[in-house]
Ligand binder design. Structure first.
Ligand code: PHE
Length: 341
């Protein structure tokens, strides 16, 4: 009897089986309990032997039950700990993080450098009236420069023969808007999108410029050149070779374009070497007619202005050879050339 129960208890798979065994052995009608009831029919001599033996058996079974119960509970706890184990040393799962587009990055860099030089940021609309985009910039409607700009025109309703709005072809209309809003003296930059129907390695139909305008009493071409040269060495971090070329814009007189020396070998652009030049901006002294359009008296004030291609500055600084890739939205390209914040 003893061995039967001790073996069964040791082999019990769970608490329910253990409880069954308890009832079978030492429950009210259990085998051991029934045996104890028979003690009454025994002779005193027999009882003296069987009584303590049965009591000892009962104790032994009860403590075997208790020990097994504890062992089962321990095993259950171990199992739970194993299944709920959280390995905090595992590397975190990779989450795709966005990057800052090179154009946004360069817009920030350019604005920060010019802000240090005292230029405040101004804004204007991308859908512009032809007056701000052309007339106010000394390009009346018969002016040949208008047709040179590959302008996108907005449609007008049937029968409406006012001049159509345009997608601004440059940030220069913000010069006039800012002068009208603030008067002189003034020192502003205007970064933003501009549009021209043009597409090749260095032209996309939408691109970015930053306009600069400084109007004061004694502004000269020398101030313009100093600001631009300071700007370039701050932006590129070293002296870069620049080329000021005499040029023509209807809204500046005299005018100059600025190129930056670079090479185009091996699928990258490198600044400051080679025999290539990339045009990055147009500039000059603000034409008196433009000051007048902005409500400023040219007899009292002069100014310089420049319009810089932000995308081209990004190409040069980060060695990106083809402007078209900027606007393809290719995630691999964006991850490669983008900036982590
Ligand atoms: N608006 C001119 C362009 O887009 C650049 C420019 C700006 C030239 C200001 C002179 C002064 O080409």
């Amino acid at each position: 009897l003893r061995q039967k129960y001790l073996d069964a208890i040791a082999g019990a798979p769970d608490e329910a089986a253990l409880e069954d065994l308890r009832v079978q052995a030492v429950g009210k009608k259990g085998e051991v309990s029934l045996k104890m009831r028979e003690l009454g029919k025994m002779t005193p001599e027999e009882r003296q032997v069987a009584g303590p033996a049965l009591n000892a058996l009962k104790d032994e079974i009860n403590s075997a039950l208790a020990a097994k119960k504890e062992a089962l509970a321990d095993a259950a706890l171990d199992e739970r700990l194993r299944s709920e184990w959280l390995d905090v040393t595992l590397p975190a799962r990779d989450r795709r993080q966005g990057t800052i587009h090179p154009v946004s990055q360069v817009t920030e860099e350019v604005s920060a450098i010019l802000a240090d030089m005292g230029f405040a940021v101004a804004e204007g609309p991308q859908i512009e009236t032809d007056w701000y985009n052309f007339d106010a910039l000394n390009m009346p409607d018969w002016h040949s420069a208008r047709t040179d700009m590959d302008t996108f025109y907005m449609a007008r309703a049937e029968g409406d023969d006012r001049p159509p709005h345009v997608l601004r072809t440059h940030t220069s209309p913000v010069q006039v808007r800012s002068m009208q809003a603030q008067g002189a003296p003034i020192r502003v930059i205007a970064p933003g999108r501009v549009y021209r129907a043009d597409y090749d390695q260095t032209h996309t139909p939408m691109f970015h410029q930053v306009e600069g305008l400084a109007v004061d009493r004694d502004i000269s071409m020398a101030n313009l050149k100093w600001v631009l040269e300071e700007f370039f060495s701050a932006f590129f971090g070293t002296g870069v070779k620049t080329r000021f070329r005499a040029s023509h814009f209807p809204f500046t007189e005299p005018s100059a374009e600025v190129d930056i020396q670079c090479s185009w070998e091996g699928g990258t652009v490198k600044v400051g070497e080679g025999d290539g030049w990339l045009e990055v901006l147009g500039s000059g002294m603000v034409h008196p007619n433009v000051l007048k359009a902005g409500g400023i008296d040219p007899a009292e004030w002069q100014g310089f202005a420049f319009g810089m291609g932000i995308d081209r500055m990004a190409m040069l600084k980060y060695g990106i050879p083809d402007l078209r890739a900027f606007f393809d939205s290719d995630l691999r390209w964006l991850r490669h050339y983008g900036f982590r914040s």
